[in-house]
Design a protein. Structure first.
Ligand SMILES: Nc1ncnc2c1ncn2[C@@H]1O[C@H](COP(=O)(O)OP(=O)(O)OP(=O)(O)O)[C@@H](O)[C@H]1O
Length: 239
């Protein structure tokens, strides 16, 4: 049986009840392999944020199943007690706005998470520096976020999402604030990281610049998803 990075089946989310109930997600099935980067697109109100929040264990689904790797996370109820530790160790979040802490250097912004997870200062900073090197922003390690370009800030945000080596990354509009060249660089970086670290990555986007880069694209409309095949890495190689 193939092992997925993250897999959901029959996942549903209803807000409210009775006549005013909103069925935001209706029996969604998704499987993302380790190393795969998929896109998720859909119009406003279609359920993208709700799906991302369920996948990120930020809100509780109403029904269905979710596995991360071979661990059953949700089966009509949460199957693990410490959701905060799950989010910290298994899921990396990358947002449209990098949300870097303005008075910490780039390096400390990234080192903070492994410190919170129990690593000592020196170990955490070395891990952070190694990752900044992979993302080609190590020369900005001692700069404050306000001194970085938008593309550099977004790469720092990716580093922070990755630092605890989560098996899953959820990226919400990570390129919306970037021009085409920087947007494609961020997506290339996510693809390289996914491949090298065996991470399953889901990118929610409205960004036409990056939509052709996905080999698999999930469309969502009125809480229902369907899948489309795209060009993927061969498109990225041409850019
Ligand atoms: N807390 C909530 N209570 C009630 N209804 C909600 C809640 N959150 C979302 N919804 C409803 O669920 C549906 C899906 O919303 P969601 O925010 O997931 O859409 P979206 O695709 O992310 O939209 P956008 O692109 O505008 O952010 C919408 O009808 C929305 O009004």
């Amino acid at each position: 049986m193939q092992q997925y990075g993250i897999q959901i089946s029959g996942l549903s989310k209803t807000f409210g009840r009775g006549d005013t109930a909103v069925h935001a997600l209706k029996q969604i099935n998704m499987q993302i392999a380790p190393g795969e980067v998929v896109g998720l697109i859909g119009p406003s109100g279609s359920g993208k944020s709700t799906l991302l929040k369920c996948l990120g264990a930020i809100i509780e689904p109403s029904a269905g199943q979710m596995h991360i790797g071979d661990q059953l996370i949700y089966d009509n109820a949460w199957k693990i007690s410490d959701l905060r530790a799950l989010r910290r160790d298994k899921i990396g979040f990358v947002f449209q706005s990098p949300y870097l802490i303005p008075f910490l250097t780039t390096l400390d912004n990234v080192a903070l998470l492994p410190m919170l997870a129990g690593k000592n200062n020196k170990e955490a900073r070395q891990l952070a520096l190694d990752l900044l090197t992979v993302l080609q922003v190590e020369h900005r390690a001692h700069a404050l976020p306000s001194r970085l370009s938008g593309g550099e800030q977004q790469r720092i945000a990716i580093a922070r999402g990755l630092i605890n080596r989560p098996p899953v990354i959820l990226a919400d509009e990570p390129t919306a604030a970037l021009d085409s060249v920087r947007a494609l660089t961020v997506i290339k970086t996510l693809n390289e990281i996914a491949r090298d670290y065996k991470t399953a990555v889901i990118v929610v986007t409205h960004d036409d610049k990056i939509i052709p880069t996905f080999k698999r694209l999930y469309h969502i409309r009125d809480g229902v998803t369907y899948e489309e095949q795209g060009e993927g890495r061969s498109f990225l190689e041409k850019t």
